[in-house]
Design a protein around this ligand. Sequence first.
Ligand code: PLP
Length: 430
Amino acid sequence: MTRESSHRAFERAKRLIPGGVNSPARAFGAVGGEPIFFRRGEGAWLVDVDGNRYLDYVGSWGPMILGHRHPAVVAALEEAISRGTSFGAPTEAESELAELVIQAVPSIEKVRLVNSGTEATMSAIRLARGHTGRDVIVKFAGNYHGHVDSLLVAAGSSAATLAVPDSPGVTAGTSRDTLVLGYNDPAGLAEAFRRHGERIAAVICEPVVGNMGCVAGTPEFLQAAREVTARHGALLIFDEVMTGFRVAYGGAQSLYGITPDLTTLGKIIGGGLPVGAYGGRAEIMDAMLPVGRVFQAGTLSGNPLATAAGIATLKVLRDGDAYAELERRSSRLASGLAASAAASGVPVHVARCGSMMTLFFNAEPVTDWETARRSDTKRYAAYFWGMVERGIYLPCSQYEALFVSTAHADDDIERTLAAAGEVLAGVGGL
Ligand SMILES: *Cc1c(COP(=O)(O)O)cnc(C)c1O
């Protein structure tokens, strides 16, 4: 398999764009080598600029739950383009997408559309602070909420101390308003509320984490987060940018039966176009301008293309048997990967929630960032490249989830398992 054209495209991009990429997750930093440049997608497949074909388990990092160029999405986009791409004025499609979201997600009574997941979380925490009149946000190590300054922070030297910046350019002042705690640790959360409860505006978490690899919140932990926030007058924000319409049509909150105060969405609700959203109880959402006084705006928010792709995607998911099929194929993939690893003597932990999963090269169950970080990233890199050479495109980091789409057919899954069997046999010797 040659990737000469990808190499040349990357050389050019590096001269023009920092690191040659518009998002660092694409840079292959964690697996070494050079990113692959793609030219087209078709169903479960990607074709690179050299003409190589790959089964795609990245799915644009989550949005492409129907695969690439799903006919319903393409038709909706073509129809929308024929009427104009942006007006900066209200359209009926915005209400249609909002209605689909509200009908699907238990906690959402009103929703505001934005352009990315980052915008959604940034706006949700501003709303939480505006609504409660408090400053401090609690987040959990290994959870990612976009590149919002106050969420781009790392734990201080001891748990339940205030955070420190996790990127140059994030000020110490900003990070002092964020607490970083251990995930799946109800006791740590209770302790933080004992010490800082009257200052905490909100707890934000991924109910099923995708961003340290796939790690599910325990029901006890998420229930504790619900109870402690309610008791202290703080808001609970579920960041379902990845899990919304992925792990179930109603998101992770519908699986756990827990109702957060605010929910952030993105990825799937844009059907492959840039969209985010935040929503919750009407009484909280009405604190936003122009009803209330919390400011948030967007020139392209709710634009006709993004809403068309989102509506088409959600309707396919709502009306078909997508989730049953995704569950069946994803379960086959997970059990096949575990069996291959066992046969090759490679210690792994396969974590899965619906159609998102991670093969952790880790002998112990992964429950939080402390256990996740002990994974063998060298083995993951070898596995990743072995799979690429066999035409399987996986996330380029141990700490990202892979996604199965409705376009992955049974024989695609079997092809993937055959490749993984060969590759894992080689990885065992590392
Ligand atoms: C992807 C993601 C974000 C950020 O969304 P962008 O559209 O990349 O800004 C936020 N939260 C979670 C849980 C995500 O997976």
